[in-house]
Design a protein around this ligand. Structure first.
Ligand code: HEC
Length: 119
């Protein structure tokens, strides 16, 4: 369950505005831009299923803000670190119990994605 400080509706708004062109409105990876990408956007409703039943909070956060080093080396997905940096910092709790510091907009996005799992 997402923490109370996270706002699903705001997260959905960010998702539709910034992510749906590639990952699709339903987040299964079939956005209008997917056809022109060499690497296909993954199904974001199956993150938990692909991660042994645990939502990969840390991976998703680092992926969106670009701290994941893979990103700067040829991923077609843009880095959103600067864009989503506005807003107060929040600490998300990964299923492992480890806290991950990120910004409020990214926390909202992650809550939205977490809530989509298995849909
Ligand atoms: C220009 C197209 C594009 C946009 C826009 C885009 N993505 Fe992606 N995304 C991709 C592609 C392609 C991959 C697979 C390659 C990779 O991981 O770099 C990916 C990978 C990911 C992953 C990694 C999944 C995993 O299994 O670890 C996450 C999470 C993700 N995107 C979330 C988002 C979110 C959230 C947004 C909006 C803030 C977004 N993406 C915007 C194309 C895009």
């Amino acid at each position: 369950m997402p923490a109370a400080a996270q706002d699903l509706l705001r997260g959905e708004g960010y998702y539709r505005q910034h992510c749906a062109t590639c990952h699709g409105l339903d987040a299964t990876g079939n956005g209008p831009m997917a056809g022109v990408l060499v690497i296909q956007p993954p199904d974001l409703t199956a993150l938990t299923a692909r991660n042994d039943g645990m939502f990969p909070t840390a991976r998703v956060v680092l992926r969106i803000d670009g701290r994941e080093p893979l990103v700067s080396h040829g991923s077609p997905m843009p880095v959103y670190g600067d864009f989503f940096e506005q807003g107060p910092d929040v600490a998300l709790k990964a299923p492992s119990g480890q806290p991950i510091l990120t910004s409020e907009p990214i926390a909202d996005l992650v809550a939205y994605l977490d809530n989509l799992q298995g849909t």
